[in-house]
Write a protein that binds this ligand. Structure first.
Ligand code: NAP
Length: 280
């Protein structure tokens, strides 16, 4: 039976560390402020935005909310970003994605000052990560590194297989594991024999976007398995599942993240961590 990596409690530890740092900054008269922009009223996005505001409140940071109408223009959004870039009181700017279809997301991401890009999506921050310079790192993969380290998983010298190569999860994940001196393989939809490659992994990180796709046949005995996926298997189901078939994989793994309560809570905690660390 595998040990469970408890993302809920690790994310709380991180938020509590952020809270301490914010209160120390406040003693010196320094405030920390996140600006959150939402375009339209997509219910899922509203939930994410609210959770980010609640996390700011928890750590003692200020959050400024900007709600643009669904039919607002690219120019209006860019103008708002310019204003926030120029506002010295704002430390972090977050545009909730996805944006409505008529927006050019790449241009929006590039418009955010890289030193306020707490999501770590700006090409400058992606470049900083790839050459090992300090910068903001995409929150979900940064959270996975914290999950591994705080669960005492040794990364150096280990075979790590990342399944998925998206810009927000798979690619930065691979760069971070490389930075931790793992031997890293990245798989994607054109990978020839996914079973054979995945079974090499001491640490298997799954960000494939397909419910319960990875079962025990992909997993080496004793592997550490990190499940990034979040799915509602059917619209009526209250239960969430991941990209990993937990019931089949859990007996084979040495450690595994559950869904919910694994990687999910880490994303917002690392957003707070990025926000607070922008002051240091
Ligand atoms: P994505 O952009 O859809 O990327 C999926 C990746 O999986 C792609 O690189 C794709 O390959 C690869 N893939 C698809 N089918 C495959 C197959 N049969 N064999 C091998 N590789 C395959 O997804 P994402 O944004 O990275 O997200 C991945 C999952 O994580 C989703 O379930 C998402 O909901 C979840 N997620 C969770 C959090 C969190 O906070 N916990 C944050 C972000 C995402 P190609 O590149 O060749 O198409």
């Amino acid at each position: 039976m595998a040990g469970i990596i408890d993302g809920k409690s690790i994310s709380l530890q991180i938020k509590d560390e952020c809270k301490d740092k914010v209160s120390k900054l406040k003693e010196k008269g320094i405030e920390v402020t996140l600006a959150v922009i939402q375009v339209g009223e997509d219910p899922a996005s509203s939930v994410y935005v609210n959770n980010k505001k609640k996390a700011c409140e928890y750590i003692g940071a200020n959050s400024l909310s900007y709600q643009l109408k669904e039919d607002s223009t690219q120019e209006e959004l860019l103008k708002l970003i310019d204003d926030l870039n120029n506002d010295e009181k704002v430390d972090g700017i977050l545009v909730q994605l996805p944006l409505p279809m008529h927006f050019d997301e790449d241009e929006v991401i590039r418009r955010i000052n890289p030193d306020k890009d707490v999501d770590g999506f700006h090409p400058i921050n992606v470049g900083r990560l790839s050459i090992g310079e300090k910068g903001f790192v995409s929150c979900t993969p940064a959270g996975i590194i914290e999950l591994l380290k705080r669960s005492n998983v040794e990364i150096e010298g280990k075979e790590c297989v990342v399944i998925g190569r998206s810009n927000i999860v798979g690619k930065p994940m691979a760069m971070l594991m490389l930075r931790e001196n793992a031997t890293v393989t990245v798989c994607h939809s054109r990978t020839k024999d996914l079973h054979e490659v995945a079974k090499r992994a001491d640490i298997l990180i799954v960000a494939i976007g397909k419910p319960r796709f990875i079962d025990d046949t992909y997993v080496k005995d004793g592997a550490v398995v990190i499940d990034v996926g979040i799915h509602r298997p059917d619209p009526d189901s209250k239960k969430l599942c991941g990209d990993v078939d937990f019931d089949k994989v859990e007996p084979k793994a040495s450690l595994i993240t559950p869904v919910p309560g694994g990687v999910g809570p880490m994303t917002i905690a690392m957003l707070m961590n990025n926000l607070v660390n922008s002051k240091f």
